[in-house]
Design a protein around this ligand. Sequence first.
Ligand code: PCA
Length: 206
Amino acid sequence: MRERTILVTGFEPFTPHKVNPTEELARSVDGVRVGDAVVRGAVLPVHHADAASRVLALLEALHPAVVLHLGLAGGRARIALERVAVNVMDYAVPDNAGCQKADEPCVATGAVAYFATLPLRAILGRLTDAGIPAYLSDTAGTYLCNQTLYTTLHAVAAVPAPPRVGFLHVPLLPSMVAASGLDQASMDIVIMRRAVEIALEVVAGA
Ligand code: PCA
């Protein structure tokens, strides 16, 4: 039997950030074994078209049993387990190609929204039991993170045995807040990494 694959994606930095902790997180789990599955990590471009084409190529190449997307959400204080992806692109800042979408669907003929299919409640319980601040979030925004979750859920909506798909948003790193001089929440990369491991343990066992 073919080994199960878990796809974990992060993103490259985007305006106004110089780093994106999810880039390092995705790279750091590449090749890791969780239960009977092996993790493949990939970093996505913050690009209105290339993020989706890269995700679709990864789905095609890897046939993952689970897809866990990761993204940075400055201003949030806890790990956010995204419950839903909505069919809209409305960027507050341009993407890394300088493109700023407004009021456009992610997929022209797509459903209004899709729910994430990871066992979010179970992951939330394990995270908070481990002392990691986390919550169920009802919006992944309307930028590349929402668009990527939407793209994946739409792509697998009609396949016979779809992967379980979800998205975690992480807060800023302490170093990012220090550099910004702003009064904002942050989380150390070690805690973020533990959160990703816990999420993977839950989904691998599910
Ligand atoms: N966060 C952005 C896009 C890339 C990322 O890491 C978002 O929340 O949409």
